[in-house]
Design a protein around this ligand. Structure first.
Ligand code: 8GP
Length: 833
């Protein structure tokens, strides 16, 4: 619909351009206006939530004017855009980030104070936007921040879940899940009731002849409507404000079926509406695990089809030829969840636009790039052919055709390798037959990347080995993950950020993180070290207060804070950590009081959610809590060891925890953690890490130097042989670990039966994650940590040195690599604020 204002009337619009506030008085006016009009309240009933709402609305207004200008500029210049398709965006809080990126936090602070509020209290009112599970979703959020900051024309596309990742409560030492209903009041989204797409499911395919051409028609079935909700994404120190478009599902054709209603069938008309709304109702709470639920496949197609419709609609406005599509559009698939986009674009081009198959396929494969985030077999997506056939009959036909042409090419190129076709086929000939989504993603993309060097090498030599033979090695590349220093340093750790700025020539390091290297000159500066240590201590005091408030346990901030916060998963080996904690406890117990006095006090802090259906992960949480319950009240031990489980780990908690850590644990079995990104956050905040030679730990070691990290454990190349030996040779358990097991079995930490499966996994079931093999070297690495920490001066020097060498790990660098190597897009130059 043409809704543009005619030229003669535009003058009035230009005269009345909205001006955003620039100073404290302007900000206060906006807050008061929003409290009194938008919220319909007054100074007599304005609580902190109202202050938060009004402040957010004031900043939102600002963002949206920038957003409008950014979109107009991008449309006018008509350059290539990037579309980042991700089923997860783990955004966290928006207000603090918006204030910092726009550069008006100080003004807001003063203004709020004059109006009777402390800015920290106002910021804390915001509910995290938690539309993700862990690393994959947070990476998408960091990428959006970098894309906007670097002025790339880019959109994110995702689902607007009504329920984000569940909230975790710990009751009697067990995880309990509580739904996260977060949309009550969300000032950061703009419903676009005018931007809707009808999405088709089920139905049948028939052949029709149109203009002498035989075409496939997908008809019948049911229609669900996708409604767009837009979230503005401000860049740091630039006016570029990009868009995150989230789709929400509703029944097509309005509120409910009036015909059914009138005929007295009220219930079923409401039921139909509810069924439609179910599609975007809930985020699946699994990290690195795929459960193959039908509703999940529906979510995927719903989101992908709506997003592609939107992208194609935007492209068509420019009236270009189809072959120019890949010059205008780059689509990145965040893991295999959006792989149906490949099939959907091919369908649009051949069935609706009438292009020949080969021309369409050339366009499709030039458009897509695919990022793999895991090699764990249980996380690789496969869908039963029968399910795809039922839900998306036309798509299944296209998948079969894609596979046919692909396999024909393979057969020609490898006539002697008969088994090759079976191995690489997009259809797995199992019972039932399955569509292998990763293979489809590879075949339909022009680039495939892993997320850290080791991981990118592993996918080339293991799960995607045959595809390297088929396509050549150049199709496969690496983009090591990164994090945004705006949120993960400047926002999370303002005092450290300020101290760094004072030695690095101001805030420029926030957009050029390599400038951190200037810190190295100050490593020996006593005053600088002292200020550094004071900031770390203050951050630990803040965390200690949170621990006291939430668990009742008093911890001494002078202790070494040892932190492992991430999703609970056997491959991440929280069990190794808790076994190590028990070993430490037993060693302390065996000492004389004199010996104990010489020991270094430690707080072991755990946090993270277990997928609700992941029984073993829940047992690990239970063991940590059970150990804490015993150790924390043991008077022999006192401050020497405290064991804490922090409830409901999320993005905003991470912002408090990362700055307060002395040592953090990144201890996955070598070869299993694709990258890890919290490892980067902890080092950037002046903590050291203990870790295995896995994921990005390896590159962090290369950058910061071996003397500034504590590595231990077997290497990834030895894992397979060790596993083989466990199963077919004799498997002896490390004697110290055996003592730990015996203590658990004695009932020291509660009912032994609760933990018998965890122990049996190591003793009797092949110790798949190599807990016993790595135990000795893990304990030894911790002894080195203790020794190093005793010399505080050296310790601080290590931390400063490590931070100064972290420039590589900014997500800005990642985005530049993607832009150059995969997307072929350029930033649009713009004015600053
Ligand atoms: C995660 C990886 O486990 C983590 O190492 C990495 O840092 C992060 O992705 C970002 O790249 N992977 C997943 O969360 C994942 O693969 N999830 C499901 C798709 C299986």
């Amino acid at each position: 619909v043409e809704a543009s204002i005619p030229e003669p009337q535009r003058e009035a619009w230009k005269r009345n351009q909205i001006t955003s506030f620039v100073d404290k008085d302007g900000f206060e006016q906006e807050v008061v206006r929003h409290v009194e009009t938008t919220l319909a309240r007054s100074m007599f009933n304005c609580d902190e939530i109202a202050a938060y709402s009004a402040t957010s609305l004031a900043f939102r207004d600002r963002l949206i004017t920038h957003w409008n200008k950014t979109q107009q500029r991008q449309t006018y210049r008509d350059t290539k855009r990037v579309y980042y398709l991700s089923l997860e965006f783990l955004m966290g809080r928006a207000l603090d980030n918006a204030m910092l990126n726009v550069g008006l936090k100080d003004i807001a602070k003063d203004g709020l104070s004059e109006l009777g509020f402390r800015i920290e209290d106002v910021i804390k009112q915001e509910h995290d936007a938690a539309l993700g599970n862990g690393g994959l979703g947070r990476l998408a959020a960091c990428f959006l921040d970098s894309l906007a900051t670097l002025n790339y024309p880019a959109w994110g596309y995702g689902l607007r879940y009504r329920y984000g990742i569940f909230k975790q409560e710990i009751i009697d030492g067990y995880q309990v899940e509580v739904p996260d209903y977060w949309l009550d009041f969300n000032p950061w989204e703009f419903p676009r009731h005018d931007v809707t797409v009808d999405i088709q499911f089920f139905g049948q395919v028939s052949k029709k002849t149109i203009d002498g051409k035989s075409m496939c028609m997908w008809e019948g079935g049911e229609i669900v409507q996708a409604v767009a909700y837009d979230v503005p994404i401000p860049g740091y120190d630039t006016s570029t404000t990009n868009n995150l478009r989230l789709w929400s599902s509703k029944a097509s054709g309005g509120e409910f079926d009036f015909q059914k209603f009138n005929s007295g069938d009220y219930e079923s008309s409401v039921a139909e509406q509810q069924r439609a709304e179910t599609i975007s109702a809930v985020l699946y709470p699994n990290d690195n695990l795929e459960r193959g639920k039908e509703l999940r496949l529906k979510q995927q197609y719903f989101w992908v089809a709506a997003s592609l419709y939107d992208i194609v609609r935007r492209f068509k406005k420019s009236k270009r030829q189809w072959k120019e599509f890949p010059d205008q559009v780059a689509i990145q698939l965040n893991d295999t969840h959006p792989t149906l986009a490949i099939v959907e674009l091919q369908r649009i081009l051949i069935d609706i636009e009438g292009l020949p198959w080969d021309d369409a396929w050339e366009i499709v494969t030039s458009t897509f790039g695919y990022t793999n985030h895991t090699v764990l077999p249980e996380a690789l997506e496969k869908w039963p052919v029968g399910l795809v056939q039922h839900l998306l009959p036309r798509h299944l036909q296209i998948i079969y055709d894609i596979n046919l042409y692909f396999l024909q090419g393979v057969e020609k190129a490898f006539p002697d390798d008969r088994d090759m076709l079976r191995r690489v086929s997009i259809i797995e000939e199992s019972q039932p037959k399955m569509v292998r989504m990763a293979f489809l993603a590879i075949v339909g993309s022009h680039k495939v990347n892993g997320v850290a060097e080791l991981h990118s090498d592993l996918i080339k030599t293991t799960i995607f080995k045959d595809f390297v033979k088929i396509y050549g090695v150049d199709k496969f590349t690496n983009v090591t993950n990164g994090i945004t220093p705006r949120r993960w340093l400047h926002q999370a750790n303002p005092r450290l950020s300020e101290l760094i700025a004072s030695r690095c020539g101001g805030n420029a390091f926030l957009t050029d993180l390599t400038l951190l290297s200037q810190l190295e000159r100050h490593v020996d500066d006593k005053q600088f070290r002292k200020e550094w240590a004071e900031i770390k201590y203050a951050n630990k005091v803040r965390l200690a207060k949170h621990i006291k408030d939430t668990t009742g346990v008093v911890v001494n901030p002078a202790s070494l804070f040892d932190v492992q916060v991430k999703r609970i998963h056997e491959y991440k080996r929280q069990q190794l950590n808790v076994f190590g904690v028990i070993h430490r406890y037993l060693s302390l117990k065996a000492m004389t009081p004199e010996q104990r006095k010489k020991q270094l006090p430690r707080v072991s802090i755990f946090g993270g959610k277990a997928a609700p259906g992941y029984w073993m992960a829940k047992q690990i949480i239970h063991l940590v809590n059970s150990v804490g319950a015993v150790v924390n009240k043991d008077e022999d031990i006192g401050d020497l060891l405290k064991v804490i489980f922090l409830e409901d780990y999320n993005v905003s908690k991470a912002e408090m925890i990362c700055p307060a850590s002395d040592i953090s644990e990144h201890i996955s079995t070598a070869g299993t953690e694709a990258s890890g990104t919290s490892n980067m956050k902890f080092v950037l905040n002046g903590g050291l890490i203990i870790g295995t030679c896995d994921g990005a730990n390896i590159e962090i070691t290369r950058e910061v130097g071996e003397s500034n990290i504590f590595l231990f454990g077997n290497l990834s190349e030895d894992v397979e042989d060790l596993r083989h030996a466990h199963t077919y040779g004799s498997h002896t358990i490390d004697p110290d670990l055996d003592k730990v097991f015996n203590e658990i079995e004695k009932g020291t930490f509660g009912t032994p039966h609760d933990f018998s499966a965890m122990i049996a996994a190591v003793r009797h079931h092949g110790d798949y994650y190599l807990v016993s093999d790595d135990f000795r070297s893990y304990i030894e690495a911790h002894q080195l940590v203790d020794e190093a920490y005793r010399n505080q001066d050296d310790w601080i020097a290590k931390c400063i040195t490590a931070v100064s060498r972290m420039g590589f790990f900014t997500s800005d660098r990642c985005i530049e690599e993607y832009a150059e190597e995969i997307w072929n897009v350029e930033p649009l130059a713009v004015d600053r604020h």
